[in-house]
Each structure stands twice: as C-alpha cells, then as structure tokens.
Design a protein around this ligand. Sequence first.
Ligand code: FNR
Length: 354
Amino acid sequence: MENNLPVNVREYQELAKKALPKMAYDYINGGAEDEHTLRENIAAYGRIILRPRVLVDVSKIDMSTTLLGYNMPSPIIVAPTGGHKLAHPEGEKATARAAASCNAIMVLSSGSSYKIEDVASSCNAIRFYQLYVYKWREVSERLVRRAESCGFKALVLTVDTPMLGRREADIRNKMVFPPSANLEELKKINVDTTGGSQLEGFARATLDPSLSWKDIEWLKSITTMPILLKGIAVEAGVAGVIVSNHGARQLDYAPATIAALEEVVKAVAGAVPVLVDGGIRRGTDVFKALALGARAVMVGRPVFFGLAARGEAGARHVIEMLNGELEVAMALCGCRSVGEITRSHVMTEGDRIR
Ligand code: FNR
C-alpha cells in the first residue's frame, strides 16, 4: 500500500470506507436528512469555472497568508470534527501532529476524544479551540479557561447547533460516540437514546438551545482570546466569521457554503476576515474560495478520511496534497501569491447568466 499512495482526497475516502466499521464511516461521511446540502456543498464547487492565465513567471509560488496576525504557509486549516478515536486510536493527537508538521492551524473540537491538555502537549502548533455553549455555562467557561491556559490562540464558537441536525444514518446505526474527553462532568447526565443516535441524545441533553447574541457578550467577558463565529455572519464585535453549514450536518436545504460566501464577504466589507468550509476536496476548490473573498478555508472530512486510512501520515498527506493542488492551480491561473487571486479568475453560474 505504502508504494501505492492515494493521489487525491476521493481515494482517501474510498480507503477510509474500507478501513472503518459502517457506523464510524457513516458518522463521518453523513449529512442531515435528505443530504441535499451535503451533495450541494461539493456540487456547487463544480459549477464554478476557473480562468487560466499564461505567460506569467510562476517559478515561485507563495501560498502563505495570515489570520489574526499568525502566519500560515497556506490558507488551509483543519476544521473541528469530533471523535477522532473512531478513525484511529491516536485520535486528535495524531491529527494535531499531522497539522503541526504542515504548520497548519488545527481547530480542536470540543467533541475531541482526547483532552485539551493531551492534544496540546502532543505537538507544538497554533491551535484554535471550538466551543459549544452548554446548558451549564460553567462547563463552557472551564473549557475556555483550559484552552487558554494550554496556549490556544482563538475560540471558534459554533452557533449553528442549538440542537443537533437529524443525521439519519446515525439514528439508523444507533450511533455510539466515543466518550468526549473534555466533558467528564457531563458524563453523569442521563442520555436518552430512544431516538437511536447516542450523539443526538447527548447533544439534546447538553447543548443550550437558548444560545443567542447575548452569549457572545458573555463569552467575550470571560476570555481574551479572539472569537471566530462558525456557522453565521457578521457583527457582535467578533474577530472573524466562518461561512459554514457544519458540513451539511445541521439544516438540510441550507445553501452550499461556496454559494453563500460572496454575499457574506460583501456584507462584512473587509471589517474582519471571512473563512469558509464545507465540500472542499481539491486545491482548485481552495482557489475558488479565495477568489470569492475567503481569507482561508477549513477542511473537515478529508483530514478525517486521511486519519482513518493511514493515521497521522494519512492526515498529513491529505493536507500536503491539497497544498500541492492549490500550488498548481495558482501557477496555471498565473497567480504567484494568494493576493494575486482575484474575482476575475473565476466564473460562477451568476456570471454566466448576467
Ligand atoms: C463536524 N463538524 C463539527 N463542527 C463543529 O463546530 N464542532 C464539531 O464537533 C464538529 N464535528 C464534526 C464531525 C464530523 C465527522 C464532521 C464531518 C463535521 C463540522 C466541521 O467543523 C466542518 O464545518 C465541516 O466538516 C466542513 O465540511 P467538510 O470539509 O467536511 O465537507
């Protein structure tokens, strides 16, 4: 196998499917209800066309960028995804090492199978911490303080999950989630699993559906870390927004994220960086997102698939492949730096109608 490595994310997905029990693969791959948005997240990228540029000296391509003042060698960030032990016994520790070896920022999920402290000590990298607001604010507060004292640099507050979307594969499989290491205090609660998915039962018991703008004020009052909002746009004095539909696992028939990006970028009008995630499987997808105004992108399932297929090496290879593909896309579009990627390098469906 090692002589015959996958050459793209889709091949990693196939390997992951073979390697994983059905319950784990379905949990990673699946989306909400009819999975319309899941298909659209990917299909919408396919409808955006690139405009090549030639006879530009592209002997040096610089993919680096910055976010919140941190230098990144490329605009690719590892999205927060929970339960990496489902894919590999080393779980998030392996993923964090993979990200660190590429100098990529990793956002650690609050559904991590390993404790914040264990992931933090397993490698030296810039890390952000993803937070859910629980019914018990003191639990969220403790997580924030632990992340801060472990040197995490920013908080990613997920605001699209006041309750869990209906992930029917998980319901059917009676999905059992690996214990979330950070949430020891929550393990005592009674999780109702009559609905099938244990994850859904856990989410129902713990996530606070009353989450609203005032909670962002509260969060700002307990931390000095900058806050990125994931799953929504603008305001409330945050440091950035992430255009995300949670990998199509929450509201089905929500728009594909790449289709919503430009509108959000216009509304934000440069006030804060805008990131996007969902459906990115190619370097050309990263290029398209940047052309439509994203500062950086996050990838979820691809890294998870890499981890499932080949552990840390697989997760690292996925990030490297996406970086390599982005480099080629930039060269063939005549862009020597990410700053040279412009709106005129892409043609969307809207452009064709106009
Ligand atoms: C997620 N996502 C997610 N988001 C979050 O804020 N907290 C979490 O714990 C998780 N967990 C999670 C698990 C799995 C298996 C997946 C696939 C996704 C959403 C994630 O951060 C991101 O928005 C999407 O994964 C992006 O879409 P792609 O790249 O998977 O298509």
